[in-house]
Design a protein around this ligand. Structure first.
Ligand code: NI
Length: 255
């Protein structure tokens, strides 16, 4: 059985977990899960993540506004996020970023809120968890400008972009997408990433790896992603789990 399974990105506030959340999270430790970062996407879910981290020793929180929730941001929310981020088990500002696929909010407004949150992370000396969907160019520009510590989660860029991210000292998060049949870029990236820059994640309840595609995702499926990455890199899945657990603890400053 696998151990040291550190899921660096999940959303256990999601209503898809309402029926069995306690049962599911209660089964994680005996199944090798060593840590989970539960990411907020607005004030309410950030609060939820902080509360969940107080119920389970292996759960940590990240707090912030996702670009798809940009329209919910009201005056004073930066202070509310700051307060939540000062919790002892909050390890990052996230999930923040840019989403030009849905572009629910103008690019200009997304960039304004993103910049505020990056500055907050730097003020609090916390890493960021960054969502980049079809916004590679602006993502690179803003990261180069502010040079925050953090991870580009669910990485969908090329090897060239991965190189730039690594150069900035950031980490790259890979999830279920590497197991998809049509995955070309994620697999090239999985082969390339230096061992000390790789994180593994689910983005649960989304991005379910093969062979569970179509079902609700949860952290117990991470070994399928680890097995695929191991196959690409020519090592064992447990080695991938060991190094991604170590990397997550380094990035999120978990001792
Ligand atoms: Ni996410």
């Amino acid at each position: 059985m696998y151990h040291n399974i550190f899921d660096s990105h999940a959303h256990y506030d999601d209503e898809q977990f309402d029926t069995d959340r306690a049962e599911l999270l209660g089964s994680f430790e005996e199944n090798g899960i060593s840590g989970i970062v539960c990411c907020g996407v607005n004030i309410e879910t950030s609060k939820f993540a902080v509360e969940l981290s107080h119920k389970y020793g292996f759960v940590y929180s990240a707090v912030g506004f996702h670009p798809l929730n940009n329209d919910e941001y009201i005056d004073g929310d930066t202070d509310r996020i700051r307060k939540l981020a000062q919790d002892g088990k909050c390890v990052a500002i996230g999930e923040i970023g840019l989403d030009y696929h849905y572009e629910r909010e103008s690019r200009e407004n997304q960039l304004i809120l993103l910049e505020k949150q990056i500055l907050l992370a730097k003020e609090l000396d916390l890493p960021i968890i960054f969502h980049d969907r079809e916004a590679h160019e602006d993502t690179l520009n803003i990261l180069k400008k502010h040079k925050p510590n953090g991870v580009l989660h669910c990485f969908s860029g090329s090897v060239e972009m991965a190189k730039e991210i690594i150069k900035l000292g950031m980490y790259i998060g890979l999830g279920g997408a590497v197991t998809f049949k049509n995955a070309v870029k994620p697999c090239e990236v999985a082969k390339y990433i230096p061992a000390d820059r790789l994180l593994i994640e689910t983005d649960a309840p989304y991005m379910t790896p093969v062979p569970f595609r179509g079902k609700r995702c949860n952290s117990l499926y991470i070994p399928h992603t680890a097995e695929k990455i191991a196959e690409l890199r020519g090592c064992t899945a447990q080695e991938i789990l060991d190094l991604t657990d170590r990397n997550a603890r380094n990035l999120f400053n978990i001792r």
